[in-house]
Design a protein around this ligand. Structure first.
Ligand SMILES: [Zn+2]
Length: 253
């Protein structure tokens, strides 16, 4: 079994519904579990209905519009509240900040804090997007005393990685481990017990095929690469990362 803890198959900007369902079915045949990061609150319901049909798919409820008003965030939280008890919902996220994009940083932080305050009212883990802003996000999560965190698509320093591990939070390794040396570096240093896997489909194709969309079916490339870096067997990489994902997201698979 493999668990892709982060994908966007049900975002119509990237895949048609027919394409998404085909990928989901093939993933089921290959024993791949998928956790969809839903980012459109108005479409949570529609997408959860699709997810209900498949045993191998779960969802996290996210919102990552970076430059929006307090009211818009409030509205997103309203949708989260409505679906938080859905049996397929296993986390809040992705939420977070992104200094790679040119937006008002203060506004981003305000929105992130507002979403975290809501996340704290639930028992669910928080899936954090922290592009170019890892330490900053970490400090806010620490200050807010968030208990369970997955740093999605993590690409921070070794120092920060160690702080995350000390907190017993998780780091999600995406398919960019095939070509990002900084990611390879921390995969080598940090025990596998703190990692989960993701593709962030349709982004981050492991073979950097720009014309091709990434899918959960490519997780096997990460497993191969991580096995090579850590000198652990592919079976162990699959087993340990699946156990971790199962534990933090409470999937019971
Ligand atoms: Zn994402």
């Amino acid at each position: 079994m493999l668990i892709d803890t982060h994908s966007h198959l049900l975002s119509r900007a990237f895949f048609t519904l027919a394409q998404a369902e085909e990928i989901i079915k093939e993933s089921a045949r290959q024993n791949i579990i998928i956790v969809e990061s839903l980012l459109e609150p108005e479409r949570y319901e529609e997408n959860l209905k699709i997810i209900e049909k498949y045993n191998n798919v779960f969802a996290t409820l996210g919102f990552l519009e970076l430059e929006v008003s307090k009211e818009q965030v409030e509205k997103a939280i309203g949708f989260m509240k409505k679906y938080i008890n859905h049996p397929k919902v296993v986390g809040i996220g992705e939420i977070g900040m992104d200094f790679f994009r040119e937006t008002n940083r203060e506004n981003q932080e305000q929105n992130f804090r507002q979403l975290l305050d809501f996340a704290k009212t639930t028992d669910l883990p928080v899936i954090v997007h922290s592009r170019a802003v890892g330490k900053y996000c970490f400090n806010i999560l620490e200050e807010k005393q968030i208990k369970q965190v997955i740093f999605h698509c993590f690409e921070g320093s070794i120092k920060l990685t160690k702080r995350i591990v000390e907190k017993r939070w998780f780091i999600s390794i995406s398919t960019n481990v095939l070509y990002r040396e900084d990611v390879q570096k921390y995969v080598k240093k940090i025990p596998l017990e703190y990692f989960v896997l993701e593709t962030d489909s349709p982004f981050l194709h492991p073979l950097r095929k720009k014309e091709e969309k990434n899918t959960p079916l490519n997780l096997k490339f990460s497993v191969e690469k991580i096995s090579e870096i850590t000198s652990k067997s592919k079976d162990d990489v699959a087993k340990i990362t699946s156990q971790n994902a199962n534990k933090i997201l409470n999937l019971n698979v």
